[in-house]
Design a protein around this ligand. Sequence first.
Ligand SMILES: [Zn+2]
Length: 385
Amino acid sequence: MTDRLYYDDSYLTRFTATVREVKDGWVRLDRSAFYPTSGGQPYDTGVLSGLPVTDVEVIDGDVWHKVEGILSPGQTVEGIIDWPRRFDHMQQHGGEHLLAGEIYRQLGGVTIGLHLGHDEVTIDCDLPDGRLHLTDEELTALEDGVNGRIQADAPCRCWFPSEEELALLPLRKPPTVKEHVRIVAFGDFEMVACGGTHPSSAGQIGLVKILDARPCKGKIRFTFLCGQRALMDYRDRFSALARASGLLSAGYADLPDKIQRLKDENHSLRLALARVKRDEAMAQVRSLSGQRIIKAIFQGLGMDALQEAARLALSLGADAALLASQEDHGVLLLFARSASLPRDMGQLLRSCGAKGGGRPDFAQGRADTPDALDKADALLASDQA
Ligand SMILES: [Zn+2]
C-alpha cells in the first residue's frame, strides 16, 4: 500500500518517492503526498519530476498517478503538489466539517455526502421528521455558528486511534469504514472519521457562506462556499451590485425596490404602447376602406391586434385582408377573407412560403420576411383575372 504522506501533513507540497509500477500512463509510487479523489474531495494536481500529474486515484489502497510523460519502475522522482488547488480543497473540506457539525448540533441533521465541485460545494442532509425547508433565521444561525467557530480558531487534529480509543470518541456519526479509521477533530466540539485534507486550524477556513438550502432527492441540499472561494464570490457580487447601483443611481440596499418600480413602470408602458399601436393599426385599416383587398404591414402589433384588424377590414366590406406584423424575429401573418371569395387562406399562406394554417377563411402564420403579402396579393389578383 502506498504510504500516504498527506495523512500526517496536509501542508507537505514536495516529496521524493520511488516508482513501483507503471501501467497505461498511470504510475504507482511507494509514497505520495498527492491526494486521490475520494470522500467527495477531488484529486491533487502537480508534477512528478517535472511531468504533469493530471489525475490521481486510489485502487486497493494504492495511489495511482496519471502522468503525462514516461517514468520507469525503480526511478526516484520528486513530487510537487499544486498548492493553491490543494489549499482550496482544504478550506472547502474544513468548512464542510464545521457546517455539518453545526447542522447536527443546531438542527439534529445528519450529513450524507460531500460534493466538492469546481465552483460550488454541496452537502446533502437528513433533517429530523424529514424536514426539507429551513427558515432564513435558521440559515443565519447556522452561518453565525460556523463562522464563530472559525473566528475562535480551534486547532484541527487528525490521527488513527486504537480500537479502544475509537470506541470512546464522541463522533458526530459512525465511521463508514471498519479498519484504519482516521479521525479529524476541530477542537473538542467536532469529531468525525475522514480521510481528507484539512487546514491545521479552523481560522484558516476564513469564512463559510451558505448560498442555498433546498430540497433535493428527499434530502436538503446545502450549497456553500469557504475561504478564498467565498471572497471571490463576494468580489463578483460586489462588483455586479456596484454596477447596478451606478446604473440606477441607488444604494445597493435600495436596488430591489428600485428594480420593482422600474418593472412595474415598464409593464405599464408596454401596455400603453400596445394600445397606441393597436389604435394606429385600426386607423390605417380604416384609411384603406373601399379597397377590395386590404394589405398592410405593421410593426410589433402582435397576433391579437392583427386578428382584430382583419375583422375590421372585412367589416368594412373588403373581400380579403392580407396583414403582417414585423416582430423582433420574423413576421406574423394573418390572411382573412369574406364569404364571397372562394380561396383557402391557409393554403394561400403556405403557397407564399409561410408556415401556418387555420380556417379556410381565417388563417395565421409566420414567415422570415413580409414578402408573402405581395405574393398572396398577386395570387388573389390572378384569381380575378
Ligand atoms: Zn474531512
